[in-house]
Write a protein that binds this ligand. Structure first.
Ligand SMILES: O=C(O)CCC(=O)C(=O)O
Ligand SMILES: [Fe+2]
Length: 309
């Protein structure tokens, strides 16, 4: 006596099999289940492929400083890269302890707003054709179109109709406070740190950069990009999600990036070697203001504070 096999019931091709409707029902249910499982596996596969194609991108990022937080100080130590070995060492200053820190209590939001006005005044006189625009109060360089002009040369004495002595004093005070913060965090003497160039204001919006130097979102190492940098700091002058979207700062790390959300008055600082590879996300809307303030241990690479002449 032949019985109907569960998985291949073919009543038409095999007349000896007496398959009833009752036999076929569980089979159809099984097929449906198989389809559901196959669909589930495919969906999981597609999700995995999309996720892995995003690489070490921001999908797996931990926010180390949220815009809404007021951080007294957060410091994360990371092993130093070998980048410092390629340069002259200055004991007591060249990084032996590497890492990154964030603090919201060194610069007040009022100070950040005042200093943003300096940036707005200067940058309103020029601005790049898209992407990032910079203003360097030390050299007088200002982005205009695809190039730079020298504000001090261009305006001469008339520069005093644009910037005031108070503007410059505020800039110097802020530089001093940031320098002390870095020295304390890394256990070095502040007097061994020298301001270095480029130290500049940046204004970033969502317009497309027209030249490579106005593109700011590429991952980079400051010590490689700028040479003299040993310690980099960023003072943010506007708020993530209030003044602009996108534009978060990202430390690139295999497996888990670390994000700093800009907040007016927030100082983010780190050793400049490849232990701190980073990038800025593209700004999606609004305008983002910041100052990059850099320090070197090499007195030959030091620059003076700007003075209004
Ligand atoms: O503005 C920022 O958050 C970072 C800027 C930066 O990476 C740089 O100036 O080297
Ligand atoms: Fe950088």
């Amino acid at each position: 006596h032949l019985t109907c096999p569960k998985l291949a019931c073919e009543p038409l091709s095999n007349p000896h099999l007496n398959c009833t409707k009752k036999d076929r029902l569980p089979q159809e249910a099984q097929r449906t289940w198989l389809r559901i499982v196959a669909l589930g596996v495919s969906l999981a596969l597609v999700t995995f492929l999309l996720w892995s194609s995003a690489g070490i991108d921001d999908d797996v990022a931990e926010v180390v400083a949220h815009r809404g937080e007021v951080l007294e100080g957060r410091f994360i130590e990371v092993p130093c890269s070998e980048d410092y070995d390629g340069h002259r060492r200055f004991e007591g200053c060249t990084p032996r302890k590497c890492g990154r820190g964030v603090t919201d209590i060194v610069i007040t939001r009022e100070e950040a707003e005042q200093i943003r006005r300096i940036a707005e005044k200067g940058l309103s006189l020029g601005g790049s054709d898209g992407g990032a625009s910079i203003l360097d109060l030390h050299s007088g360089a200002l982005s205009v179109g695809k190039h730079f002009v020298n504000l001090y040369r261009y305006f001469g004495d008339k520069i005093q109709t644009i910037f005031s002595e108070e503007d410059f004093q505020l800039y110097r005070d802020i530089r001093q406070k940031v320098q002390l913060t870095i020295a304390e965090a890394f256990g070095i003497r502040a007097s061994l740190l020298y301001l270095t160039k480029p130290t500049f204001f940046s204004r970033i919006n969502s317009t497309e950069a027209q030249t490579a130097h106005d593109e700011y979102w590429h991952a980079h190492v400051d010590k490689v990009t700028y040479g003299s940098f040993d310690y980099t700091s960023l003072l943010y002058l506007s708020d993530y999600l209030e003044d602009f979207g996108g534009g978060r700062f990202v430390f690139m790390e295999e497996g888990s990036n670390k994000t700093v959300e800009p907040r007016a008055g927030r100082v983010s600082f780190f050793t400049s070697g490849s232990e701190n590879l980073h990038r800025v996300e593209k700004v999606l809307w609004g305008t983002r203001y910041a100052i990059t303030i850099a320090f070197t241990c090499n007195p030959d690479h030091g620059i003076e504070d700007p003075v209004l002449t």
